[in-house]
Write a protein that binds this ligand. Structure first.
Ligand SMILES: Cc1ncc(COP(=O)(O)O)c(C=O)c1O
Length: 373
């Protein structure tokens, strides 16, 4: 018996990845960083592999090592590395690591020597996002350092990669600009003898809308979890996560009753209030106060007043809601429940944040589907 649960449909993840695979001739990497966007690092990773992903991608070295500790043997790329990390552990574990500075190349050389095997490295070029990646001015020095380390046998430059800023806005002029910069970066890499097997720049949005950006590998995150990166389009994806809880208490209150901290919501008539045991301590954004939609009984109502740490209150009117009834915050939408997209719209954020907030929370995650076995 659960009081609240995050239900993850691993078959949905598997099938979404299979769909992405069918749309490209490139290999597919599924991003399982941030606890698999809230769906669970290892189960989401295994479901992605079952759907035909060849790679898993994570931000941190710790996430990559956790995959290996769980017995995942597939290629893993970790791309967010500060100086001073125990990179030899990543090299020993056969993890591909991203480098965007000559300093990191030096660290990787040292790590490779300590591990007794060459570091597999993906060199990152900043083609316009202005976040990670070597700037165009630093690219030649990075290539030179990598080529030298490769010649010395300490490093294999197996990848060159970049990341889009606006792929979720199809037609945005930056997409072509970044793509052209990526081609130039690859051409320059070749002059240093770096002709990597894995060239990659596409995220979910580019995977779905720009086949000319797929190169050898696409890196999909949000689409694998069944959510669209592009507003108004679903691409036949199936949302994998449902967040729901059993009403702890339902009671009649009179008109004019203020509800929850600050009494910011007032009942307009005699009504039933249902208390739902999920709050900001579980991943419900406090911004969802008086905004987040919840399905309970036969009705969908916005949260009445403020989101508390552990609970929210729903004004269900005259619906015959009783303690124990299931209240659904979001799910695939099959039974008329709101979706993560509805929550994103109601709270001024993106579907990525809604699902990711429910990762590693105190709410038990229950896995369903064939892929869960
Ligand atoms: C470097 C990198 N590649 C790929 C992805 C996947 O992006 P999306 O979830 O939009 O497919 C992310 C996620 O933000 C990322 O940081």
């Amino acid at each position: 018996m659960w009081q609240a649960e995050v239900r993850v449909d691993l078959d949905a993840i598997r099938d979404n990845v299979a769909m992405l695979r069918a749309r490209t001739s490139a290999e597919v990497l599924v991003a399982v960083k941030a606890d698999g966007y809230g769906h669970g690092l290892v189960p989401a990773g295994r479901a992605a592999l079952a759907g035909g992903a060849a790679w898993l991608g994570v931000a941190t070295l710790d996430e990559a090592l956790a995959l290996r500790r769980a017995g995942v043997e597939a290629p893993v790329l970790a791309w967010l590395l500060s100086p001073g990390l125990p990179l030899h552990e990543g090299v020993e574990a056969g993890i591909d690591l991203s480098a965007a500075t000559t300093g990191l190349v030096d660290e990787l050389v040292a790590a490779a020597r300590r591990a007794g095997r060459p570091a597999r490295v993906h060199l990152k070029l900043d083609t316009g996002l202005a976040r990670g990646g070597a700037g165009v001015a630093e690219w030649p020095a990075l290539l030179e350092a990598a080529a030298k380390a490769q010649a010395g046998g300490d490093l294999e430059a197996v990848g060159v990669w970049s990341h889009f800023a606006c792929a979720d806005e199809p037609g945005h002029e930056s997409i072509d600009r970044q793509l052209a910069a990526f081609h130039e970066g690859l051409a320059l890499a070749a002059t240093y003898g770096i002709t990597p097997r894995h060239r990659h720049i596409a995220n979910s949005a580019a995977t779905l809308t720009r086949p000319d950006t797929h190169f050898d590998l696409v890196r999909a995150g949000i689409a694998a979890y069944g959510l669209s990166p592009i507003a108004g389009e679903t691409y036949g994806l199936r949302p994998a996560m449902t967040a729901r809880a059993r009403v702890t208490l339902a009671k009649r209150v009179p008109a004019g009753q203020g509800v929850s901290y600050g009494l910011t919501y007032t009942t307009s008539r005699e009504t039933t209030l249902a208390v739902v045991p999920l709050g900001y301590g579980d991943g419900v954004p406090r911004h969802a106060s008086s905004a987040g939609p919840v399905r309970v009984g036969g009705t969908t109502a916005r949260i009445a007043g403020r989101v508390c740490m552990d609970q929210i209150v729903i004004d269900v009117g005259d619906e015959p809601v009783v303690a124990g009834d299931v209240a659904t915050l979001f799910g695939p939408g099959d039974d008329g429940e709101p979706t993560a997209d509805d929550w994103a719209a109601a709270t001024g954020t993106i579907n990525y944040e809604i699902v990711t907030r429910f990762g590693s929370s105190r709410v038990p995650r229950h896995y369903v589907g064939e892929a869960a076995r």
